[in-house]
Design a binder for this molecule. Structure first.
Ligand SMILES: NC(=O)c1ccc[n+]([C@@H]2O[C@H](COP(=O)([O-])OP(=O)(O)OC[C@H]3O[C@@H](n4cnc5c(N)ncnc54)[C@H](OP(=O)(O)O)[C@@H]3O)[C@@H](O)[C@H]2O)c1
Length: 199
């Protein structure tokens, strides 16, 4: 399959690429140092990426920035960061990418454990994750030409920086390779409308 992987240079993206390379052709996308440059917060940039890449069999989003901060200190502007990137960025990959995906292809988006298990300073991220999960579940019943859509929610990864892991006291971190398996399940399997929760 020809697979467009957005966020390919990050921790999760690298693990997903490792899981899929060899068997598939992977086109790596990110804002910097990738095969194709894209900023998912900018619809024009997403359109340019799809025009550049042409038709693909699968689109994987392993990206999406979300704001972490105490609820009382979240301003509308800070919350917008989560909406613009993790939520709208990923949703726009689907809305603008649908015509560039071959029949029976797939989209796989990224959410995260905070949507199910609240942590301090996680409200803005939880909002975006929950919205992406709901979008994927709902969009699945209307996707054209047999195209499938799923989302993957990992808990914190063992390989994440200590500063990030500190937000998750008492959580059991998983190897990022375990989350990457769910992307393979989504791309190579037949399921749609699923939220793979790797906790
Ligand atoms: N780390 C964890 O423990 C964990 C656990 C569960 C879920 N997640 C979720 O998994 C996703 C990836 O996390 P990660 O830890 O792999 O992050 P990461 O290492 O910081 O990687 C982020 C990737 O996304 C790209 N990116 C960032 N902003 C972008 C934009 N606006 N447009 C296009 N590409 C962009 C980055 O490259 P450029 O900077 O060059 O664009 C990079 O390739 C996030 O949504 C995160 O919430 C992470």
């Amino acid at each position: 399959m020809k697979i467009l992987l957005i966020g390919a240079t990050g921790l999760l993206g690298n693990a997903v690429a490792k899981e899929l390379e060899g068997k598939h052709e992977i086109i790596r996308a990110a804002r910097h140092n990738a095969d194709v440059e894209v900023d998912i917060t900018k619809p024009d940039s997403i359109k340019r990426m799809f025009e550049q890449v042409g038709k693909v069999d699968a689109v994987i989003s392993a990206t999406g920035h979300a704001h972490f901060g105490a609820l009382e200190e979240i301003t509308p502007e800070l919350n917008e960061e989560s909406i613009e990137s993790k939520l709208k960025g990923q949703v726009n990959l689907v809305l603008l990418g649908m015509d560039h995906v071959n029949d029976d292809g797939s989209f796989t988006l990224t959410t995260g454990v905070i949507m199910d298990e609240p942590i301090l300073h996680g409200a803005s991220s939880a909002m975006a994750n929950g919205a992406v999960k709901s979008f994927a579940k709902s969009a699945a019943i209307e996707m054209p030409r047999g195209i499938r859509i799923n989302s993957v929610s990992g808990t914190v990864f063992q390989e994440s920086p200590e500063g990030l892991r500190a937000y998750f006291p008492g959580f059991d971190p998983i190897p990022v390779s375990k989350a990457a398996l769910a992307f393979r399940k989504s791309v190579e399997g037949a399921q749609t409308g699923q939220s793979y929760e790797i906790y």
